[in-house]
Design a protein around this ligand. Structure first.
Ligand code: G1P
Length: 348
């Protein structure tokens, strides 16, 4: 069994964060999203892992995955998930494989999908009941067999959304070869699976256990961060001076928490500084980030982000790499903002 993680997407719905870094390289609860995919594959016994990258995402993902035993496959053009499988043909060979969307998170890992991949089964897909399935692939089941699959239907025939993990026999490569682009101009994995069904093959649907998160939009990142922090094992390896840590808190090596209050679950990354500050629940402070004389809660601060002297508590904020929020004294009492394309600021 091989693993193929897709990480070539442009992540347009997560701009401006994804202008400068690919979605799977964004850190939640202290680790790049793609780490959780690799860990889940390894935990399920998948040892040969390929990561599909694009010319834009390649560099950042190689940095994010340093030290992991993975191989890279280059997808020159973003032409859809089935196209990504097609370009990975040589890597996949004749082996069955797990296809894992690099921006998806599964609380309980992926073992149950592999277990359902029995002899005679051509594909296993992961399913989740959701209120509004229109933004996902949607499946129709008979028993546990998938009889129909639609990509982002306007009028969903069921509430079963397709989550981003699939197990395939190599037969799917045949179907992928014959696909035509969809209305949005992409080669859809959903169409490939429907192709298997049309050929009379057995496609099995397995419901996801625990939570599942597709980190498509900003709120999903905050949610994912919260859900992952809930499972944090407390650990203090950095310096904590005259401070109070309450609940599940991780302070990584080289981090400093000085005259501050941290209420968990919270993650303070390596080399970060929290000084005379309040860090509230569900907050991740990235490596070498700084929170000084400020209050932050339910927020995600990336590497080297800075929050300094901000009197109003920051809540539900996402600060990208080296983003800064500071307040200044003196006149004029005005907001001074330098915002890149598609930035979002809400002033209270
Ligand atoms: C893709 C799939 C869709 C699936 C979703 C899960 O959509 O095409 O079927 O439900 O991932 O994350 P995308 O997020 O690429 O638009």
């Amino acid at each position: 069994m091989k693993g193929l993680i897709l990480a070539a997407g442009r992540g347009t719905r997560l701009r401006p964060l994804t202008h400068t870094r690919p979605k799977p390289a964004i850190r939640v609860a202290g680790r790049p999203i793609i780490h959780y995919a690799v860990e889940n594959l390894l935990e399920a016994g998948v040892r040969e892992i390929g990561v599909v990258v694009s010319p834009e995402t390649e560099r950042d993902l190689k940095v994010a995955l340093e030290g992991y035993p993975v191989r890279y496959v280059l997808q020159e053009e973003p032409q859809g998930l089935a196209h990504a499988v097609d370009v990975a043909r040589d890597f996949l060979g004749e082996s069955p494989f797990v296809l894992y969307l690099g921006d998806n998170l599964f609380q309980k890992g992926i073992r149950r999908f592999l277990e359902a991949f029995k002899p005679g089964v051509s594909a296993v897909i992961a399913l989740v009941r959701v209120e509004d399935p229109r933004q996902f692939g949607v499946a129709v089941l008979e028993g546990n067999r998938v009889v129909r699959l639609l990509e982002k239907p306007k009028d969903p025939p069921s509430d079963l959304a397709v989550a981003g993990v699939y197990v395939f026999s190599p037969e799917v490569l045949e179907v992928v070869r014959g696909l035509k682009p969809s209305a949005r101009g992409e080669y859809e994995i959903t169409d490939a699976i429907q192709g298997l069904i049309d050929r009379g093959k057995t496609v099995v649907g397995v419901e996801v256990e625990g939570w599942w998160k597709d980190t498509g939009r900003h709120q999903d990142l905050l949610d994912a961060n919260r859900l992952l922090l809930e499972e944090l094992t407390p650990k203090v390896e950095g310096d904590v001076v005259e401070s109070q840590l309450t609940g599940r808190v991780v302070v990584e090596k080289g981090a400093k928490v000085v005259r501050s209050t941290v209420i968990g679950p919270a993650h303070i990354g390596a080399g970060a500084v929290v000084e005379e500050a309040f860090v509230g629940p569900f907050t991740s402070v990235g490596p070498r980030a700084r929170v000084v004389r400020s209050e932050v809660e339910y927020s995600l601060l990336e590497e080297e982000a800075v929050v300094e002297e901000v009197r109003l508590r920051l809540q539900e904020c996402i600060l990208g790499v080296r983003a800064e929020v500071k307040s200044r004294d003196g006149l004029p009492r005005a907001h001074r903002l330098i915002l890149g394309d598609l930035s979002q600021v809400e002033l209270a």
